[in-house]
Design a protein around this ligand. Sequence first.
Ligand code: AMP
Length: 219
Amino acid sequence: MRIILLGAPGSGKGTQGDMITTKYGFPRISTGDLLREEVVAGTPLGEIAKTAMERGELAKDELVIEMVDKRIQQDDCRDGYVLDGFPRNIPQAQKLEEIDRTREVVIEIFLEDAVVVKRLSARRICSSCGMIYNLLVKVPERMGVCDSCGGKLVQRDDDNPEVIQERLHVYHGQTEPLVEYYRRNGVFHRIDGDDTMQSVFEGICQVLDDALSETESQN
Ligand code: AMP
């Protein structure tokens, strides 16, 4: 089963994706994380994607699709996987269906733009293990230090006011049409993201438990 997490930047896809991994075992695949790794490693792919990422624009579809294709063929994705940040537009969604014809569940974590801006400005990431914090709702025990590994907490380069606006613009223009796309396919669920991490997760678990028991009864 493929779980697709839709939602504006900062809506909590990464955090909720990790919680899904912990509870259900499906690995979380974040195309943003994969691209950032390529940038840090200085690979040709990273070089190409870097400018788009700095501007808050989308990296080229072919690059991202190839990366996802490789990742979902790995063994740990055999029973299912969670996609965070992919697909970002309808062509990516169509390509994904061609690459892997598995059952899909799509969950949008919905958040108003004003809340997105507030959240992204307060987001901090561990530079060592990638753990996500938020100075408003998920505060580290020691300022600037990761609770989990002691790494240094940093702000993402694209979490600055101008780039946040561009990312929101791209989200509404290119990614939001996926809501209608998936609604028509009957696999779409919307969850209010402006709630505690735990409440949002409970909503997600309900959707996933239903989908999993349906899959079991079909087998
Ligand atoms: P994220 O970590 O998901 O917010 O992604 C950070 C940046 O990586 C985005 O602003 C894009 O520049 C790029 N990116 C991530 N996922 C995709 C995707 N599916 N298609 C194109 N670009 C992407």
